[in-house]
Design a protein around this ligand. Sequence first.
Ligand code: PHE
Length: 296
Amino acid sequence: MEHERVVIRRGVRSGAVIIIAIHSTARGPALGGCRIKRYPDWRDGLEDALRLSAAMTAKCAAAGLAHGGGKTVVVGERGAGVLHDVGDLVEELGGAYATGPDVGTGPDDMEEIATRTTHVFCRPSASGDSSPATAAGVLAALRVIGGTSFAVMGLGHVGALVAGRLLDAGHRVVVSDVDESKRALFPAAEWLAPERVLEADVDVLVPAALGGILTPASVPRLRCRAVAGPANNQLDGPETAELLRARGIVWAPDHVVSAGGVIYATEVELHGSAPAAAMARVEAIGDTLRRLLDRG
Ligand code: PHE
């Protein structure tokens, strides 16, 4: 384990297993969202926290932020009192880590966590929902990648915004989600079942759901010429990047593409930037990606 600190605690109110992984504070306090999700076993949640917090270190560094990476994982359901349990544990870390929204949590939950600790981003009364900023960063990356047809995998907060903007811009858009009821939200898009969307015949595949989708088994099935999206940890392992390269598929690293939310939240809440100025910093994700791709 390359992490600085990992805390595993059973919440006194909720009984839930709560894991906070601090990967690094070398550049500054660790930052990363609070994920509430079911896992087959709490150890799978631990593994997710370890991987996701390391990804946050890369994300903050690539975005030029004076922060390291961390992550909270709550294993299971969002039981009563769990957000206060999370807040207490964050507070115990004394500022080495600050939390924010992630899969399974949103701005209102951050307000709840804030009743126990000040180390929390994206409360509605602060910078609020980070999804529009994350989506703006994804769109800036997609402009650099180019293309006229896109397949968006996952219509959560960020994926739905990205799909909508791509449709508005007149592109051909394929959408997919594990929840089939989302299909009705995008009548102008084509729909593919989640198990088929990897094979979509589009210019760019946009992973916007959970990680681990690019594997030695899935890469040969791809028909896109590029992959660029906000899902964290898209590669099942670093070697898979080589498989993509061998097939001539451009891969935009997710830690660059997905940084809009943290960039926006820290600009507004720590540097007092106006929303428009913070969004301008988010747009710079395009320049970062261009530099990275030019280097090959
Ligand atoms: N879920 C966000 C991410 O993965 C985490 C976050 C967003 C943390 C905004 C703080 C502020 O980047």
